[in-house]
Every structure is written in C-alpha cells, then in structure tokens.
Design a protein. Structure first.
Length: 165
C-alpha cells in the first residue's frame, strides 16, 4: 500500500480484519495498532486529505466486512468509528520531529513520538467534530436509540432466509 501511494497508483483501500480466514471482524478490533500503522502510512503517503498540486486525489476508504456474530449495522458503525479514531491519531504524529529523530538514529525518541500519537484519546474531539457537522456525537448510541434495528428485525419475522441454494 505504501509503495502504491508513493507511485500515485492507489485509488482505494479496503479495511477488514482477516484473522479467522475471512473478513468477519470489526476493523481494528483484534489489532488496533496495526490499523493505526496502516493509517499512518496512508497519511504519510498522501492518501488522506485534499487533492495535491500534482492532481492526486484522496484515496477512497471502503469497509470489506461480513459480520457473522454481531449485528451487521452496529458492526459497520463500530468499524467506521475505529477508522476515524486511528485516522485522527495518525494525523497527530509529529512528522517533522519524527523525521529528525529517524535521521539522528534516535530510535527511542522516534518510538515515543509514534506511541504518543497512538495512545492519545481522540474520542471527545471526534464527538465534537461530529456535532459541529450536525451528526450524533455518539453514532452507536444514536443508532441503538433509533429503534431501527428492532424495526428491521420485526419486518423479517416469518420471511424466508436468503441463501446460496
């Protein structure tokens, strides 16, 4: 992915967590640090933000998931929230100071800069960001309180289950 970004060839990126042979986990649930590292590379490679003067546009982020245990819509919401959180944390990496530490061979300082961004709790800032845009501060709570899940489940009672046969 980092190489494709460097070459300006990456147009989209599918997020999933494939720890059980398929894409059935909430993104970042099993390894949030992996998701953070991926998003650091997306940001570093220019795959996040407005188009560059060279004309490169944003990378499209897509979720590639099939929730088998948890309900699908809440699973998708949770995945989006994790991607938002790790993107916000990736944007907190002090890249200038990190680059200087790397050039000086100061591994401990480089690690500290990286880990400080990873451990920063950005949830309150994201909640405020959502509210400023007229969105629910807590999308999961808003969904659960909406009653939508109960309505769609009630509509399916007595129906025929879809399948491959």
């Amino acid at each position: 992915m980092a190489q494709l970004l460097r070459l300006g060839k990456l147009g989209s990126f599918d997020f999933n967590s494939r720890f059980y042979a398929d894409d059935d986990l909430i993104v970042g649930a099993a390894d949030p640090f992996q998701l953070f590292r991926i998003l650091v590379e997306v940001v570093r490679g220019g795959g996040y933000g407005p188009a560059t003067p060279e004309g490169r546009s944003d990378v499209a982020f897509m979720l590639d998931q099939c929730h088998n245990i948890e309900r699908k819509i809440p699973g998708q919401i949770r995945s989006v929230l994790y991607v938002q959180e790790m993107t916000a944390r990736a944007l907190l990496v002090d890249t200038d100071t990190l680059r200087a530490a790397q050039e000086d061979g100061d591994v401990l300082l480089a690690n500290e800069i990286f880990m400080d961004a990873f451990y920063t709790d950005v949830r309150a800032d994201l909640a405020q960001w959502r509210e400023e845009r007229g969105l629910p501060a807590n999308p999961m709570r808003a969904y659960l309180e909406s009653g939508y899940q109960e309505r769609i489940e009630a509509d399916r009672v007595g129906g025929t289950q879809a399948g491959w046969n």
